[in-house]
Design a protein around this ligand. Structure first.
Ligand SMILES: [Zn+2]
Length: 68
């Protein structure tokens, strides 16, 4: 799974946005950024910004499933 840490953007925030694909994670990160950091993060919807956000995504093993 793809994970984007809010901290990667220099924010003092522990949020971690997950997605099955980079696209999912980027969308989650944008939603979070707009609602939580809209004052400091501008123009999150531009293609350039999406690319920058996508570049921060990291792969994490999907090993946190309960009841396996
Ligand atoms: Zn945040």
């Amino acid at each position: 799974m793809k994970v984007i840490y809010c901290r990667s953007f220099g924010l003092d925030c522990n949020a971690k946005m997950k997605g099955r694909t980079i696209e999912d994670a980027v969308n989650a990160a944008i939603n979070h950024g707009v609602s939580m950091h809209g004052q400091v993060l501008k123009d999150l919807q531009t293609p350039e910004k999406r690319e920058e956000i996508a570049s921060k995504a990291v792969d994490e093993p999907d090993d946190l499933r309960p009841n396996v």
